[in-house]
Design a protein around this ligand. Structure first.
Ligand code: HEC
Length: 198
């Protein structure tokens, strides 16, 4: 038979094991991952902490048609961020996993303020777009114009046609412009995941 002391020890060990299992379960619930979150199934919730995500690059005044060049409008910066788990996966494989969310933050620019005498620096927020890889969408990817909203529906129809066309035709890895994200470009080159032509 077990002595009372043995039973007490067993009770303590079981109690500790239960406590550990419980705290792990709670932690799992609290950390649902850093991928896209939705309301109503497909409306992307604005990623509150995207400014803490890996930074891929900034474009300055990038335009895509010769006629769109306007010397009078000051150029904007486009800052690109990606959720940390997708970034780590890209560094291993050179491609994006399901539940990747890339954010394009648009900021106005200025020059010759404070001590600055040349070049341009970033100023006010001017827009937020997202590009999400998620198998729940018909072709595996969706675009969102989030702006300052709490959540946004996937762009559809005529609103997304030009986005899809340009990204599909011209982007270096899947639908993403890795050719303009220098650290990723190096990885994609090593892993051989660049679209042919790059
Ligand atoms: C004519 C080409 C073109 C069109 C049209 C276009 N984009 Fe892009 N997009 C780019 C380029 C080039 C980049 C890289 C930007 C940079 O380096 O700052 C980019 C980057 C992005 C990114 C960052 C992640 C990625 O996929 O590389 C998002 C998000 C994005 N675009 C959203 C959109 C949305 C939403 C639309 C449609 C409303 C759109 N784009 C239309 C060329 C285009």
């Amino acid at each position: 038979m077990f002595s009372m002391a043995t039973i007490k020890k067993l009770a303590v060990v079981l109690g500790l094991a239960y406590g550990l299992a419980f705290s792990l379960a709670v932690r799992a619930q609290q950390a649902p991952g850093d991928g896209p979150r939705y309301t109503s199934g497909t409306n992307l919730v604005r990623p509150a902490d995207y400014r803490e995500w890996p930074f891929l690059s900034s474009g300055l005044g990038m335009t895509y048609q010769p006629s769109a060049r306007s010397e009078s409008a000051p150029p904007s910066f486009t800052n690109v961020f990606v959720n940390p788990s997708a970034y780590r996966s890209f560094m291993q494989t050179g491609t994006w996993p399901d539940k990747t969310i890339l954010v394009l933050e648009i900021r106005r620019s200025d020059s010759e303020a404070s001590i600055n005498k040349g070049g341009r620096f970033q100023t006010g927020f001017a827009g937020l777009e997202a590009h999400v890889k998620d198998s729940q969408f018909p072709d595996g990817w969706a675009f969102f114009n989030v702006g300052t909203a709490e959540s946004a529906a996937p762009l559809s129809g005529a609103n997304v046609a030009t986005c899809v066309e340009c990204h599909t035709k011209n982007a270096a890895v899947e639908r993403t412009f890795v050719q303009f994200y220098p650290t990723l470009l190096e990885v994609a080159r090593q892993k051989g995941t660049l679209r042919s032509g790059f």
